[in-house]
Design a protein around this ligand. Sequence first.
Ligand SMILES: *[C@@H]1O[C@H](CO)[C@@H](O)[C@H](O)[C@H]1NC(C)=O
Ligand SMILES: *[C@@H]1O[C@H](CO)[C@@H](O)[C@H](O)[C@H]1NC(C)=O
Ligand SMILES: *[C@@H]1O[C@H](CO)[C@@H](O)[C@H](O)[C@H]1NC(C)=O
Length: 164
Amino acid sequence: MEVKRKLILFLLMAITMGCVRIEGRDPTLHRVGGGRYTWSPNVNFTKWASHEHFYKGDWLYFGFDKHIHNVLEVNKTNYDNCIDTGFMKNITRGGRDVFQLLEARPYYFLCGRGFCFQGMKIAINVEEPTQIVPPAVLSNKAHPSCSDTKLFVFLVSVLVWTFM
Ligand SMILES: *[C@@H]1O[C@H](CO)[C@@H](O)[C@H](O)[C@H]1NC(C)=O
Ligand SMILES: *[C@@H]1O[C@H](CO)[C@@H](O)[C@H](O)[C@H]1NC(C)=O
Ligand SMILES: *[C@@H]1O[C@H](CO)[C@@H](O)[C@H](O)[C@H]1NC(C)=O
């Protein structure tokens, strides 16, 4: 058997036995400001964002009155200075709008029409999700479902198969 196929097989075995865990993380929907209609003035979005973790693939939800407010993605310069012209993307639709964070990078949003100056701006840093949790062999804390026996059997199999 070629090396690549062997490696895949080992990984599959390890996952089955719970010795290696693939972090299966579902995308999270973050309600900006914390509530259903909290894209509004006088909400401290910096404070709200500091309690959240944003990962690639997650969604933002903006709830607001579309007749008064809007949501625009801007660059950092325009975010810092509350400039609503030359925006990158207009996210405004019906006032219950979602936006998927597709890249691991900082995102900047603001509300135009002067509301940015009343605090309606938010900076979000999107991180790459952790893919593979290190196997129990390499960490001090053993994975609960990866017992010593299983690990022993697994390692012996790896040795036997490698030199077969
Ligand atoms: C928002 O909250 C942050 C952190 O809690 C604080 O440093 C900042 O002064 C607050 N901003 C306003 C406008 O209250
Ligand atoms: C931000 O966008 C504005 C308007 O489109 C543009 O003039 C400016 O050069 C941009 N700044 C950066 C750092 O990309
Ligand atoms: C953003 O899009 C909405 C809905 O398509 C539209 O009504 C609004 O005028 C747009 N805002 C800007 C600033 O272009």
